[in-house]
Design a protein around this ligand. Structure first.
Ligand SMILES: Nc1ncnc2c1ncn2[C@@H]1O[C@H](COP(=O)(O)OP(=O)(O)OP(=O)(O)O)[C@@H](O)[C@H]1O
Ligand SMILES: [Mg+2]
Length: 495
C-alpha cells in the first residue's frame, strides 16, 4: 500500500505538484489537513462550503477535491457532479457506513473516515492522483488540456465518465469518414443516438439517414424492403419499388439489430458492402449506390458466427470500427447528470415548472442498477414528472424496483415480501453500525463463489478497479479460477 508513492511508474507525472482543494467547515481540521498535504508538496486551496468553493474557484482546475460530507448548506457530495472529471474524496465525520456507501455510489472516488490517520490520507491522495494520471493517459487526454472539449463533442449526448469521453473522442474521429461502424451495447444505452451523431457529423448530413430495425421487419419482407423489387418479381409485386438502401443513396443506412438479419439477406448485404451495388429483386441490372453503413446490436455477434447464425465474412466486413457503449450502471456520476438533464428537458416539453429530485430520489437513482439503461431512466423520470404535484420529486414517484434485496439477506434480515410493489434503494442500505470494511468483506466472502467480479462490484456500487483495490487492502485477493466466469466482459474498443 505504502508503495503507491514510489517511483518507477512510467509516464506518471510528479503527482506531488498537484493542486488540491480542501472543502471543510471546521477550520482546525482544514488547516491541519492543509499542513499535512503541504508537507508532502501538494498545492492547497481551501473553502468552508460548497458554495464558497464554487464562487472562489474554478473546480475543473483542481487535480483533486477533498471534501467533508457534512457541510453547512449543500453536502460535500454535491461537488461530485459539479467538479466534472475531477475526483472527489469524501471525508465522513465518523465511520458512517451508509453515507460512505452512498458517496461512493454517487461517484466519489473514495471515502476516508475522520479522524483520519495521516499516512492513510497521504496514501489515498497519492493513489487517486496516480490513478487519475493513468486514466488520462489511457484516454489520450493530455495533462495540460482540459477534457471538457471532447466531453461536449456530441450535442445532447450526455457523458463525462472516462468511457463516454473516449467514445465521444472516437466518434468525432470516425464520423467524417465513410467507414462502416458497428455499435454495440445493452438495450437502451444509446446505440441509435450514436448512429445519429455519426451521421450528423459526416459530410452526409444533408442527405437521408435511414434507420431499419432488422428485428421489426418480418423475415419474408426484409430483403424486398432493403433491396427493392421490380414489377412482377413475385406475386403481389405490382409496381417497381425502391429499397431502403437505394433510398439512403448519398446518406447513411443504420441497420439496427443486425444480429436478427436472416441468412439470405445477409448474403445480399455482403454483396452490397463488397461491391457498392445493389440489385433489386427480379432485376438483372445492378445500380451503384453511395451509402455509409452503421450497424448496431445488443448481441454478441462473434458468438453468433460461432453458432452459425451470422456469416463470418459479413461480420468481418461490418466490424471495421467498433464503438462500445457502457451500461448505465458503469457510468458513475453520469447517471445523475443524465437524470437531471432528462428531467429538465421533459419539464420544458411538458410545459411544467422546473422540478428537482429530493435527496432520497438522488440516492435511489444512483443506487439502482438500471437494467434498461438510459431508456428505463427516461421512462422513470417521465412517469415521476407526470405524477408529481410538488416541485420536488421524491423516490416513491420514481417507482424504482430494487434488486438489492440480497444485501439485506446477508445481514440476516428478512427480505421484503415478494408482493411489495416497489422497493426503494434506501430500504436495503446497510445499517450505520456495521463498518464499511466489514460490510465489504462479508459481502465479498459470501458471494464471490456465485458472482462474477463485475456483479460483485455492481452490487457493492463500486467500480471493478475499486473492488480489486479493496480486495488487496483487506487481504482477500480474488481466488484463481474461483467465482463465476465473467460474462460480457470483453469490451475491446476498436477504432
Ligand atoms: N448519453 C445519453 N445522453 C442523452 N440521452 C441518451 C443517452 N443515451 C441514450 N439516451 C436516450 O435514451 C433513449 C434510448 O437510447 P437509444 O434508442 O439510442 O438506445 P438503443 O441502445 O438504441 O436501445 P435499444 O437497444 O433498445 O434499441 C433515447 O431516448 C436516447 O435519446
Ligand atoms: Mg435502438
Amino acid at each position: 500500500m505504502s508503495s503507491v508513492h514510489s517511483g518507477g511508474n512510467t509516464g506518471v507525472r510528479n503527482v506531488a505538484q498537484a493542486e488540491i482543494l480542501i472543502v471543510e467547515d471546521e477550520s482546525v481540521i482544514r488547516s491541519a489537513l492543509r499542513r499535512l498535504l503541504e508537507r508532502n508538496d501538494y498545492r492547497i486551496s481551501e473553502a468552508a462550503s460548497v458554495s464558497e468553493a464554487e464562487s472562489k474557484y474554478k473546480l475543473a482546475d483542481f487535480d483533486l477535491i477533498i471534501s467533508d460530507l457534512r457541510l453547512p448548506g449543500a453536502p460535500g457530495t454535491d461537488l461530485i457532479k459539479r467538479a466534472g472529471a475531477v475526483p472527489v474524496l469524501i471525508m465522513t465525520s465518523y465511520a458512517s457506513l451508509r453515507s460512505a456507501v452512498d458517496s461512493m455510489r454517487m461517484g466519489a472516488v473514495d471515502y476516508i473516515a475522520k479522524p483520519f490517520d495521516h499516512d492513510d490520507m497521504i496514501t489515498a491522495v497519492g493513489r487517486i492522483l496516480i490513478e487519475r494520471e493513468r486514466e488520462r493517459e489511457r484516454h489520450g487526454v493530455s495533462t495540460e488540456a482540459s477534457s471538457t472539449e471532447s466531453e461536449r463533442a456530441v450535442e445532447g449526448f450526455i457523458g463525462s465518465c472516462g468511457e463516454m469521453v473516449t467514445l465521444f473522442d472516437h466518434l468525432r474521429k470516425i464520423a467524417p469518414t465513410d467507414a462502416t461502424v458497428l455499435v454495440q451495447g445493452e438495450t437502451g444505452t444509446g446505440k441509435e443516438l450514436v448512429a445519429r451523431s455519426l451521421h450528423h457529423h459526416s459530410r452526409r448530413v444533408d442527405r437521408p439517414l435511414i434507420s431499419v430495425n432488422c428485428a421489426a421487419i418480418p423475415e419474408t419482407l426484409i430483403e424486398s424492403e432493403l433491396f427493392g423489387y421490380e414489377k412482377g418479381a413475385f406475386t403481389g409485386a405490382n409496381t417497381n419499388r425502391t429499397g431502403l438502401i437505394e433510398a439512403a443513396d448519398g446518406g447513411t443506412l443504420f441497420l439496427d439489430e443486425i444480429g436478427e438479419l436472416p441468412v439470405e439477406a445477409q448474403a445480399r448485404l455482403l454483396r452490397f458492402i463488397q461491391e457498392g451495388e445493389i440489385r433489386r429483386i427480379g432485376s438483372v441490372e445492378s445500380r451503384k449506390v453511395d451509402v455509409r453503413l452503421i450497424c448496431a446490436t445488443h448481441r454478441d455477434l462473434q458468438q453468433l458466427t460461432v453458432d452459425g447464425k451470422f456469416r463470418q465474412d459479413l461480420y468481418y466486413r461490418i466490424n471495421v470500427m467498433r464503438l462500445q457503449l457502457p451500461a448505465l450502471r458503469e457510468r458513475g456520476k453520469d447517471i445523475l447528470e443524465l437524470a437531471e438533464y432528462i428531467l429538465a428537458r421533459r419539464s420544458r416539453e411538458l410545459g411544467k415548472e422546473p422540478r428537482h429530485f429530493s435527496p432520497k430520489a438522488i440516492q435511489a437513482i444512483t443506487t439502482y442498477t438500471w437494467p434498461g439503461n438510459v431508456r428505463e431512466l427516461e421512462n422513470a423520470v417521465e412517469r415521476a414528472l407526470i405524477l408529481s404535484e410538488a416541485e420536488e420529486i421524491d423516490n416513491q414517484l420514481l417507482g424504482i424496483d430494487l434488486e438489492l434485496v440480497k444485501v439485506s439477506q446477508i445481514r440476516g434480515r428478512k427480505p421484503e415480501p415478494a408482493s411489495s410493489p416497489t422497493r426503494v434503494a434506501t430500504n436495503y442500505d446497510p445499517p450505520e453500525d456495521l463498518s464499511l470494511e466489514d460490510y465489504f468483506q462479508r459481502f465479498v466472502l459470501e458471494h464471490q463463489d456465485s458472482m462474477s467480479e463485475t456483479e460483485l462490484a455492481q452490487k457493492l456500487g463500486v467500480s471493478r478497479k475499486c473492488l480489486w483495490e479493496r480486495r488487496q487492502r483487506f487481504g482477500i485477493p480474488r481466488k484463481k479460477g474461483g467465482g463465476k466466469r465473467q460474462t460480457g466482459a470483453k469490451r475491446a474498443k476498436t477504432v
